[in-house]
Design a protein around this ligand. Structure first.
Ligand code: SF4
Length: 400
């Protein structure tokens, strides 16, 4: 069984007004954070080596993955990031053919940093472009303009990255379907193999929520937002990008193996303040508290860490248990995770995992959603229809 490791790098140059991911803009704890994260990998490596393989789901691509997300991993000095990757690879015994991703922002990436990432072993890169329209970028409060984004993508390619992903935000006030298509054309011409398209969400606690919470439906009517979503998806398909998950499209051979592991209920280990993992039956997290994380990782003993991961410890200063999953919980997670994917729920896989037919457990919900035209059965799979895609959350809730 492959190992999947997520590393949260909780530093950003500036907080974007729509973002609710955990990150800080004060860089004073950078060195202390990376030292603590290296200690965490050293504590966790031996534990996860012993538990990987307990997950009953076969991975689609049985390769190890490491994902450096954030925050913005390209903000800190690349020496910190690369030392942490070195520690992760050694501590977890990551295979030499692993998919190793780093997220970067156009405003903080440089030729020197990119050369260091390649040298350290990163072989996939995800650029937070969001748009190539300067007005949209301004609305989103991004630090780069479209020229900066194109320059960054060119530098990424020149540095030797071939597996390149870029993020695109849809449903932003002032954005147009034509503009999105133009952005996609530019991405394609610059060698971008994977495109993540996220609809702008207004999360409580963000400044966008205060600014647009009451007016977003006037600025971007839901039918326009949906038209943009479907239009984008169709255009990507025309260009050969397969939409393999609600928000993710890739040219053949370039799906994100790391993200696919989440949708396949695979175990994944988490490093860093604000990160979340899943080992055995335990979904766990690290609190959104950088100081608590540093303090805990400097003090925790290997025995305490192991006991925590095995579900035998109460919450600590930074580490906490989110949920201990029962067999029923794991069954419910299958529609929750798999209905986001283009393949949908694999009925034979479900039977292999749990020893029962999916419809013996969820028969009512299946019947109701097929009847409403939101779900369709194709041989031994169940997936969302086009209308189901628009009401994905409602369909998924029906299975919970
Ligand atoms: S750069 Fe990314 S992680 Fe940082 S605040 Fe902006 S959207 Fe959030």
């Amino acid at each position: 069984m492959a190992r999947h490791i997520y590393v949260h790098n909780p530093f950003c140059a500036r907080k974007c007004p729509y973002c609710d991911f955990y990150s800080v803009t004060d860089a004073s704890l950078t060195k202390a954070f990376y030292k603590a994260a290296i200690r965490e990998t050293e504590l966790a490596g031996p534990v996860i080596s012993g538990t990987a393989g307990t997950n009953p789901v076969a991975d689609i691509d049985n390769r190890d993955t490491v994902y450096f997300g954030g925050g913005t991993p390209s903000v800190p000095d690349s020496r910190f990031v690369c030392s942490l990757l070195d520690s992760v690879v050694k501590a977890f015994g990551v295979a030499s053919d692993a998919e190793i991703t780093i997220e970067v922002n156009p405003s903080s990436v440089s030729e020197e940093k990119l050369a260091d990432y390649v040298q350290a072993g990163f072989n996939r890169i995800s650029a937070g472009v969001q748009s190539l329209d300067d007005k949209v970028l301004k609305t989103l409060g991004r630090l780069h303009d479209s020229k900066g984004a194109v320059d960054a993508l060119e530098k990424i390619r020149k540095a030797g990255f071939e597996n390149i992903s870029a993020d695109l935000m849809t449903g932003v006030p002032g954005e147009t379907p034509e503009g999105i298509r133009r952005d996609i054309d530019v991405f394609r011409d610059l060698g971008v193999k994977h495109i993540s398209t996220y609809s702008l969400m207004l999360e409580e606690g963000t400044s966008f929520f205060d600014r647009y919470g009451k007016t977003i439906e006037e600025l971007v009517p839901p039918e326009i937002e949906r038209e943009m979503y479907h239009g984008t998806r169709e255009y990507l398909q025309e260009l050969g990008y397969e939409t393999y998950e609600i928000s993710n499209s890739a040219l053949p051979g370039y799906r994100s193996i790391h993200n696919s592991s989440y949708w396949n209920s695979c175990e994944y280990f988490a490093v860093g303040a604000g990160s979340h993992g899943y080992i055995g039956d335990v979904r766990y997290g690290h609190k959104d508290d950088l100081s608590a994380y540093i303090d805990e990782m400097n003090k925790i003993t290997p025995e305490e860490y192991k006991a925590f991961l095995e579900g035998n410890m109460k919450d600590m200063k930074s580490l906490y248990v989110e949920e201990i999953l029962t067999r029923e919980d794991k069954m419910r997670e299958v529609p929750f995770l798999r209905l986001r994917t283009s393949e949908g729920i694999l009925l034979d896989e479900f039977r292999k995992m749990f020893g029962v037919e999916f419809e013996d457990v969820f028969g009512q919900a299946v019947k109701r959603n097929i009847g409403n035209g939101l779900l369709e059965r194709k041989e031994r799979t169940l997936r969302l229809t086009r209308s189901g895609l628009d009401l994905a959350n409602k369909v998924i809730e029906d299975f919970l």
